[in-house]
Every structure is written in structure tokens, then in C-alpha cells.
Write a protein that binds this ligand. Structure first.
Ligand SMILES: [Zn+2]
Length: 86
């Protein structure tokens, strides 16, 4: 089932994870040469892909929704991402 991207967060390893409208999360890694997703590495690219629909295998398996991490306090990974922008 295809679900729209509603937001993003970084996992503990610093990989980007898309949050989907269905409540599931899905990795959208930029990990060349295996996975190339240049758009996910920039704020503008991520913003442009909001609303884009990804195929969600978790929906097909009727997996329970994953709550996104709390965003009131930056995680270690988010902090690292912010530092790289300085
Ligand atoms: Zn889903």
C-alpha cells in the first residue's frame, strides 16, 4: 500500500527514516553505491519529497504503527545532523 511521507527523523546510526501517513516508519537511506537517494541528504530535498507516496510493506503485513520519536528534544543523531550544517 502506498503511503505519503509526512515527516522524517534520524535513527541512532544517522540514517534518515521517513514517517508515513499510515503511522509506519521506513528507512530512506542514502548509502552509496548500494542505495542512492541524494534528495534525502538536503533539507530542501526532504521537503520536496513530503507527500510523495512510498510503498509500505508494513501496511501489507498489517503491522502495528510505530510512534515517531519525540521531537521536543533533539536526539543524538539529530544533534549530529545539526552540527554538520554549521
Ligand atoms: Zn504503513
Amino acid at each position: 500500500m502506498r503511503q505519503a511521507i509526512t515527516g522524517y527523523h534520524l535513527d541512532d546510526a544517522g540514517h534518515w527514516v521517513a514517517q508515513l501517513a499510515c503511522g509506519h516508519n521506513q528507512h530512506v537511506r542514502h548509502d552509496p553505491p548500494w542505495t542512492v537517494r541524494d534528495w534525502v541528504t538536503t533539507r530542501q530535498g526532504r521537503r520536496e519529497m513530503r507527500g510523495h507516496r512510498l510503498d509500505c510493506p508494513k501496511c501489507d503485513r498489517h503491522a502495528p504503527a510505530t510512534p515517531p520519536p519525540t521531537t521536543d528534544r533533539p536526539t543524538r543523531a539529530n544533534h549530529a545532523e545539526a552540527s554538520r550544517r554549521l
